[in-house]
Design a protein around this ligand. Structure first.
Ligand SMILES: Cc1ncc(COP(=O)(O)O)c(C=O)c1O
Length: 390
């Protein structure tokens, strides 16, 4: 495999709920959640059953033919979407859902320019990468798609100034994930919506990481009562199988003509069966409410670590999308917690990111906090020691 993933020294072979086990049988609490995919927990029995049944019935069916599993999934999806978002294009990843949104915005408006924010992450295919901010991802691949620009985040004035008569759309993550778990001030998203309305510019919300109950609401935009014109979805929507979804208002999606945007695997019955089961579990088990409740608990525990350890700069997040910013690089902490049975993600150099399955138990959270407490304490005394010897 291409050497593009920063590997952790562990072989994972099995998972159940919020736990995974390595090849030696060692147990880990999974706060990585496969980068936010395993939101229902690993191998949820209802998703497994749906996949097995569908695999035995029909795995692939090109979207030029109808299929009742795809129809069932689309009905379930549109039933939970914010009102007005009622036409979907199905693909296979977050980046693909962004590609479709960009093409759709250009096609519908007839304009080329897309405005994103500094610190944004929207994926790594060429269009999505053009909206992504970090220069280490962008620079080796210049020239990117033209007519993209980035403005300061959380600043309505800068956004207003950036809009021109060439602007098709503004694209934003409601809470920036890769950018360090940044929750915007209360007035920001409603303000962006107003500016987009006033200038006839589309609002694309990239909810690839923030949707499906992760932040305590089905979609993060609901925290601010803002509905976009186009929404990008992916990661957890098919219970762990690859999926990307671009959902738009009908009059916008209908601007795409026959053949203008397709994909071989679009809406495969296997993925749609898994996604149907995933939505059922999400709604029936009230997982968004659980994320709000357990997220509050987890955040308060992280804040108590902040009070105790000077190395911790800030705790941020909503629901079970949490970040802890350290004053130093987090790599050591990640490796040390891994050795003690806790998987944690980074978000940039200094932020520990927690995207656990929403089925995580309080007892697991307590164990994560105990391990972090130990590791942060060690890091602090090691750094003090090296400061003295310096
Ligand atoms: C907000 C956001 N958009 C897009 C993507 C890209 O998704 P994928 O890696 O499935 O292409 C990600 C992935 O982390 C993401 O967090």
């Amino acid at each position: 495999m291409a050497n593009v993933f920063s590997k952790r020294p562990v072989v994972i072979t099995r998972g159940k709920g919020a736990l995974v086990w390595d090849i030696n049988g060692k147990e880990y609490i999974d706060c990585m959640g496969s980068y936010g995919v395993a939101l229902l927990g690993h191998s949820h029995p209802k998703v497994v059953k749906a996949i097995c049944q569908q695999a035995a019935t029909l795995i692939s069916c090109h979207a030029s033919l109808y299929n009742e599993k795809r129809t069932e999934f689309l009905r379930k999806l549109i039933a939970i979407m914010p009102p007005g978002l009622n036409k979907a294009f199905l693909s296979n990843s977050g980046a693909e859902s962004v590609e479709c949104a960009i093409k759709l915005a250009r096609k519908y408006t007839g304009k080329p320019e897309i405005i994103a924010v500094m610190g944004a992450f929207h994926g790594k295919t060429m269009g999505a990468l053009s909206a992504t901010w970090d220069k280490k991802y962008r620079e080796p691949f210049q020239p990117l798609v033209p007519e993209f620009k980035h403005v300061q985040p959380d600043n309505l004035e800068k956004l207003r100034e950036a809009i021109t008569d060439k602007t098709a759309a503004v694209i934003l993550e409601p809470i920036r994930g890769e950018g360090g778990i940044r929750v915007p001030p209360a007035e920001y998203l409603p303000g962006v919506r107003e500016i987009c309305n006033a200038h006839n510019v589309l609002l694309i919300l990239d909810e690839v990481q923030t949707s499906f109950g992760r932040t305590g609401k089905l979609f993060a935009c609901e925290h601010w009562s803002v509905t976009p014109d186009i929404m990008c979805l992916a990661k957890p929507f098919a219970g762990g199988l690859p999926i990307g979804i671009t959902v738009a208002k009908e009059h916008i999606m209908s601007s795409l003509g026959l053949g203008e945007h397709t994909s071989t695997f679009s809406g495969s019955p296997l993925v749609c069966a898994a996604a149907c089961a995933a939505i059922d579990v999400l709604i029936n088990d009230r997982l968004a409410d659980r994320a709000a409740e357990l997220g509050g608990y987890f955040k308060s525990k992280l804040e108590s670590l902040q009070a105790k350890h000077k190395i911790v700069k800030e705790v941020r997040g909503l629901g079970l999308m949490l970040g802890m910013e350290l004053r130093y690089d987090v790599r050591n902490v990640i490796i040390k917690t891994l050795a003690r049975g806790v998987l944690i993600l980074e978000a940039g150099r200094n932020v520990l990111r927690f995207l656990p399955p929403l089925v995580i138990e309080k007892e697991h959270i307590d164990r994560v906090i105990a391990v972090l407490d130990e590791v942060l304490g060690e890091e602090e005394s090691e750094r003090q020691g090296s400061a003295v010897s310096d």
